[in-house]
Design a protein around this ligand. Structure first.
Ligand SMILES: Cc1ncc(COP(=O)(O)O)c(C=O)c1O
Length: 405
């Protein structure tokens, strides 16, 4: 079949594929533990549901402006004032179908074919594919010191004449690393001086631990005019446990937002008004669910660290935020893909291979599930990987026999 050049280069989302695999296994009745997930298990805030329900009850659900309904823009403006200490105008805001679409449309608005967009490695699985969708090139930038924390020198070394934009995702998927205030200040300054677009993917910015405070890139920007090339991405998916509502947004200068609106207008006409209403409810409503989620995740993180630290041969860096940790399993298998396959086949534990995030030998393990998922999942992994494990393991009334070495 004759497909487009772009279509031929785009890989399926490995994380979405894993969700499907988990669902299929569960349907078969297999006691699978999904440590590969990317969404909190708590319920969406009641304010979101009530807000959407009131529109649904009217039975009049119509087209909305392509850049978002005024009520959502107003809520995002207030949110930006609270968390970013910056007052923006409605023309600086666009609501999209998740942070994912906001990033995609931003890239389409700024990238030409062959231009480069740079991001620290390991990176979110969608950045390279999004660059390809623009005919552009994604350039991963691995910190030289072997940590998950890039320095400005790491970035500087990879910037060339084709570099158009930098994406910073902090706290980071897959590592959970939250970059320092100094690094954010440096990267804002660097991009301003080099006239580069800087996309701040802040989707996890409130899900941070150990008394860390959210960081606003605007606090370090010298250029806050309508020429600023700073693009801030956020959304309701993670912090409000509203992944299925598909509402995210971008804040940028008016020209960028206008270009993004034109593009989005022809792609989707903007996100559903019903789901925008839900997002308004969440953003303007009682915020206790965000803190409850944050506290739960911090506790889950601690449990996962305890279990992983007692896992001989596994090296792990404590996540500062998000609900992921990125652990080095290369002592067990250099191929993260093979290791991940082995774990699902032998003990029904789903993990995401590090290679999907640009780093071999690692697995991304999520701690957004229950404590039981975390503890039992890691116990099963230990049983499968430790040659000194007992010969048998019971999962419920299912007996597994260790017939590998
Ligand atoms: C780093 C990062 N950015 C953006 C997104 C997309 O978020 P949304 O569900 O709002 O599209 C995700 C989701 O996994 C993510 O991990």
């Amino acid at each position: 079949m004759s497909l487009s050049q772009i279509a031929k280069t785009i890989n399926a989302s490995p994380t979405l594929a894993l969700n499907e695999r988990a669902a299929i296994l569960r349907e078969k009745g297999d006691p699978v533990i999904h440590l590969g997930g990317g969404e909190p298990k708590s319920k969406a805030p009641m304010d979101a549901i009530v807000s959407a329900a009131s529109l649904l009850n009217s039975a009049e659900v119509r087209y909305a402006p392509a850049d978002g309904i005024p009520a959502l823009k107003k809520a995002i403006i207030r949110y930006t004032e609270e968390f970013y200490h910056r007052l923006v105008a409605p023309q600086n805001v666009i609501a999209s179908g998740g942070a994912k679409q906001a990033i995609m449309v931003a890239l389409q608005a700024i990238l030409n074919p062959q231009e480069e967009v740079l991001y620290p490695s390991p990176y979110w699985v969608s950045y390279p594919e999004m660059a390809k969708l623009c005919g552009a090139i994604g350039v991963p930038c691995l910190p030289e010191d072997g940590t998950f924390y890039p320095t400005i020198q790491d970035i500087e070394q990879r910037v060339g004449s084709y570099t158009k934009a930098v994406i910073i995702n902090s706290p980071n998927n897959p590592t959970g690393a939250m970059y320092s205030e100094q690094f954010i200040a440096d990267i804002v300054d660097f991009c301003e001086k080099r006239d580069l677009y800087l996309i701040m993917d802040d989707i996890y910015h409130r899900l941070i631990f150990d008394n860390r405070k959210t960081i606003s890139c605007y606090d370090f920007a010298k250029n806050l005019s309508e020429n600023s090339k700073l693009i801030v991405i956020n959304g309701v998916s993670k912090q409000y446990a509203m992944t299925g509502f598909r509402i995210g947004w971008a804040i940028a200068n008016k020209k960028i937002i206008e270009a993004m609106t034109n593009i989005q207008g022809h792609q989707t006409s903007g996100p559903s008004v019903l789901l925008q209403k839900a997002a308004v409810g969440a953003i303007n409503g009682i915020q206790s669910s965000v803190e409850a989620l944050r506290v739960t995740l911090e506790n889950n993180r601690n449990v996962m660290m305890d279990y992983l630290n007692s896992f001989e041969g596994v090296h792990v860096t404590k996540p500062d935020g998000t609900f992921y940790c990125f652990a080095d399993f290369s002592n067990y298998n250099k191929s993260s893909q093979k290791l991940s396959e082995f774990l699902i086949n032998k003990v029904l534990v789903l993990t995401v291979p590090g290679v999907e995030f640009g780093m071999e030998g690692y697995l991304r393990l999520s701690f957004c599930g229950t404590i039981k998922d975390i503890t039992e999942g890691i116990e099963r992994m230990k049983w499968a990987l430790d040659p000194n494990s007992p010969n048998e393991l019971y999962i419920g009334d299912r007996k597994l026999v260790r017939d590998w070495s």
